[in-house]
Design a protein around this ligand. Structure first.
Ligand SMILES: *Cc1c(COP(=O)(O)O)cnc(C)c1O
Length: 376
């Protein structure tokens, strides 16, 4: 066992999955984004947990992430969200990843390679309805769909868009999302009017699952919500849907590796940013910013030890940080400490403190931190 571990509670993941399933009804597909090592939770384990729970597909951002799932023995459909380079096409074909295609040029490249390999590669059309990232302009969607459909080695299997502000309850953001949904519907009408079947239609990320039922279509793509964070509440938008009660899946845990007495006025860590306000005890914890505990949380966050919160003291170092236990805590060397999740405040609280989002906190938990899977 190592000192610092990310505990991943699969039972909570399954509960979150079930809540999303209940919200969207039995007939829609769920595609689970396991990009960025499943937001830091471990792609292969989360992929297996998702499929066991009833997900119909997975999604990655990089070709290599898709290849890693195949190497882990996972043979479910895998969507490739980000635009790959042409040199990645052979790997895409080898691993039967399903690319999101934004333009005729890339469709033609895929078609040529799939034809040469003697296969028919499923692809989804990606439409930009206002995210401003990848995707064909929405008014050009029927033309690009026709180009894809004309590729004999490609199967036009789905149509997608991505929402830019679905997790905001602000009135103008909600209106913007509804406008994106309307543009998507307009594009779908055009595709159908051209005599084409758009296949599996999908648009909803976590925010849209919470706030925009009109975006659910045939399949939803919940990332952060499955990992246990709500970036918006139903009530903020005045919705009467019963609120989803998801729970954070990851807990970052470490060990008190040293306890020492310090005198009033002694300083702790680099830069001497913290001085003991009284005679006190300091715990050294075996976790630092190289594990993914953000250095910006120095002197502002706390460690939970034995169910109590102790403020971090001094700068968070690469591999260690310190906590002020006060004069009579009873904390002992080798006790466990929780940095976020479980009994402690979660990654969203930590994110808020330092001005980021929970996605970045869990994604940044370094590879050297073992993921420990628990089911109760
Ligand atoms: C990452 C991603 C999602 C999931 O987003 P969440 O906000 O985590 O739910 C959905 N769709 C696409 C295209 C993505 O890149």
């Amino acid at each position: 066992m190592q000192t610092t571990r990310a505990i991943v509670y699969l039972d909570k993941f399954w509960k979150n999955f079930k809540m999303i399933r209940e919200r969207i009804g039995p007939d829609r597909h769920i595609c689970v984004p396991v990009k960025a090592d499943a937001y830091g939770h471990g792609a292969a384990a989360i992929a297996r947990a998702s499929l066991a729970a009833g997900a119909s597909s997975l999604a990655v951002a990089k070709t290599e992430e898709g290849a890693a799932l195949r190497e882990a023995g996972i043979d479910a459909p895998v969507l490739l969200f980000s635009q790959p380079l042409p040199v990645e096409i052979p790997e895409i074909i080898k691993h039967r990843l399903i690319p999101l295609v934004s333009d005729g040029e890339f469709a033609a490249m895929l078609d040529k390679a799939a034809g040469a390999a003697g296969i028919r590669l499923p692809v989804h059309l990606k439409i930009d309805t206002g995210m401003g990232r990848m995707g064909c302009p929405f008014h050009e969607a029927p033309a690009v769909a026709s180009q894809i459909a004309a590729c004999t080695a490609l199967e036009y299997a789905g149509t997608a868009t991505h929402l830019a502000a679905a997790d905001s309850a602000a009135v103008d953001d909600r209106a913007y999302t509804e406008r994106q949904i309307a543009r998507f519907n307009e594009a779908l009408d055009g595709i159908r009017a051209a005599g084409l079947n758009p296949g599996i239609v999908h648009a909803a990320n976590s925010g849209a699952i919470i706030l925009h039922p009109g975006a659910w279509f045939d399949m939803v793509r919940p990332g952060i919500l499955l990992y246990g964070y709500k970036t918006v509440e139903e009530t903020e938008a005045g919705l009467t849907l019963p609120p989803l009660r998801v729970e954070p899946v990851m807990e970052l845990r470490t060990t008190v590796v040293f306890v020492k007495q310090v005198k009033k006025g002694e300083t702790i860590s680099y830069g001497r940013t913290w001085a003991a306000p009284q005679d006190t005890e300091i715990a050294v914890l075996s976790v630092g910013y190289a594990d993914g505990l953000p250095r910006l949380a120095s002197n502002r966050w706390q460690a939970f030890i034995g169910g109590k919160a102790y403020p971090l003291a001094g700068r968070i170092c690469m591999d260690q940080c310190m906590a002020d236990l006060g004069p009579a805590s009873g904390v002992r060397r080798w006790d466990e400490a929780v940095l976020f999740g479980g009994p402690a405040p979660d990654a969203a609280d930590l994110a808020r403190l330092i001005g980021t989002i929970p996605y970045e906190i869990t994604c940044n938990i370094n590879k050297r931190v073992p993921r420990v899977y628990e089911e109760f």
